[in-house]
Design a protein around this ligand. Structure first.
Ligand code: ZN
Length: 184
């Protein structure tokens, strides 16, 4: 069952099964995260706020010197917490040959701020020359909606509690009359 707020309800035969599924935290379905949490029908229903959101990310133009599990993990850490490397990327990391096009990683991306589209890495020169700066293009296979007011994922400005509070604060501010500013 799906309600108007985009929350799906699943019914389980026993609490143990429900808790087992909720313990996963989320599942990825076609690259889109579905957050899982137990619901007590006697309590109200609110969407929990998340500090991070699991997203599949493609890192393009990763230099050969960084195309290994440690190098890709470091790059992914600039975006959030690396969770999983896809099987193809992982097998390429294990081989020391071939020219990989991109690295695909599941990352718990921080939900505050704008999504990073580019990363830069500096590769030190082994011959004593200048270091090389390489730009890594970051592609998200799916992107959640993001509030333009508070920059948090998962809601739009129309349903943002912080935006409503900000509007109320503006309305509360006293209007400065002509007499108050000494220009009468
Ligand atoms: Zn917001």
């Amino acid at each position: 069952m799906l309600n108007a707020s985009g929350i799906f309800f699943f019914k389980f035969n026993d609490v143990g099964g429900a808790n087992q599924v909720a313990a996963l935290g989320y599942v990825m379905i076609h690259g889109i995260p579905f957050f899982l949490f137990p619901w007590d029908p006697t309590k109200g229903l609110t969407k929990p706020e998340h500090e991070s959101c699991p997203l599949w990310v493609k890192l393009h133009n990763v230099p050969m010197v960084s195309f290994n599990k440690e190098g890709i993990s470091r790059l992914a850490s600039a975006l959030g917490v690396p969770r999983q490397m896809d099987a193809c990327t992982s097998s390429r990391c294990d081989k020391s040959w071939g020219r990989p096009g991109f690295a695909k990683v599941l990352i718990d991306v921080w939900v505050m701020g704008e999504l990073k589209r580019e990363l830069e890495i500096i590769i030190p020169s082994l011959s004593g020359g200048e270091d090389t700066t390489v730009k890594i293009r970051v592609e998200y296979l799916w992107e959640p909606i993001q509030c333009t007011h508070c920059l948090v994922f998962g809601h739009k400005i129309g349903t943002c509690a912080k935006a409503v509070m900000a509007r109320k604060d503006i309305q509360k501010k006293p209007v400065v009359g002509a007499d108050d500013c000494g220009w009468s």
